[in-house]
Every structure is written in structure tokens, then in C-alpha cells.
Design a protein around this ligand. Structure first.
Ligand code: 5GP
Ligand code: ZN
Length: 112
């Protein structure tokens, strides 16, 4: 499958890794929109939040269980924002489910 984030997860395309385990992979966004901008993805390909089912949702728990330690390692002591863009209206550009972890400065109040 020709998927950018599958290639990053399996090392075909280099990235600045910040965390990995058997289920999830986290790396720095190439075009950061905040002082800290990390992408957290499931290793297995799930297209978007719209493809989460009772069969694959365990990895969503795995991601959210790790977010506090990833945030702590990144120095996000004052809080952060987690975003997942989904589909065309959500402006999802890479079709492999990912959560943006943003912080390191006061973020804007607006979300859309
Ligand atoms: P989306 O727009 O789908 O929510 O987010 C995709 C994100 O992937 C964007 O923030 C973009 O900067 C990031 N991105 C795109 N290509 C690459 C890449 O090759 N490496 C890394 N590290 N991030 C990428
Ligand atoms: Zn993929």
C-alpha cells in the first residue's frame, strides 16, 4: 500500500521518532504548527477516525494511554491540544489515522 505514514512506521522514510512500541509510533511533524508538534499514529493502517471500529479501537486506547508520557517528555507541562483531522471537510491530508499533539506555547482559542 502506498501510504506515507506506513512507510514512516516501517522505516522506509526517515522521521524524527519520539516514541514507539509494538502498537504505536510517534514522530515530529515535518511542518510544525506549534513549538512542539508531534504526530502519533497506530502502526497498523487505519485510514481515519471514521474507520475506528470495535475490532481496531484498542490501539486508540494505546495511543491515549501514552499521550501523558509523550507530552511530559516533550516538556508540555502547561497543557497541550490533541487533534485528528478526518476526511475532506476535516482537511485530512495523509490518509493514515494520526493524532496531532500540539503545545509549547499558548494556543489559539479557536478550533475551526
Ligand atoms: P493532516 O493534514 O492529514 O491532519 O496532517 C498531516 C501532517 O503530516 C501535516 O501536519 C504534515 O506537516 C505532516 N507530514 C506530511 N508529510 C510528512 C513527512 O514526510 N514527515 C513528517 N514527519 N510529517 C509529515
Ligand atoms: Zn498507512
Amino acid at each position: 500500500m502506498d501510504c506515507l505514514f506506513c512507510k514512516i512506521v516501517n522505516g522506509e522514510i526517515p522521521s524524527s521518532k519520539v516514541y514507539e512500541d509494538d502498537k504505536i509510533f510517534a514522530f515530529k511533524d515535518i511542518n510544525p504548527q506549534a513549538p512542539v508538534h508531534i504526530l502519533i499514529v497506530p502502526r497498523r493502517h487505519i485510514e481515519s477516525a471514521d474507520e475506528i471500529t470495535d475490532e481496531n479501537s484498542g490501539v486508540i486506547a494505546a495511543i491515549f494511554e501514552k499521550i501523558p508520557s509523550i507530552a511530559k517528555s516533550a516538556g508540555l507541562t502547561e497543557g497541550y491540544r490533541i487533534i485528528t483531522n478526518c476526511g475532506r471537510h476535516g482537511c485530512q491530508s495523509v490518509k493514515h489515522l494520526h493524532f496531532h499533539l500540539l503545545g509549547g506555547a499558548q494556543l489559539g482559542e479557536r478550533m475551526a
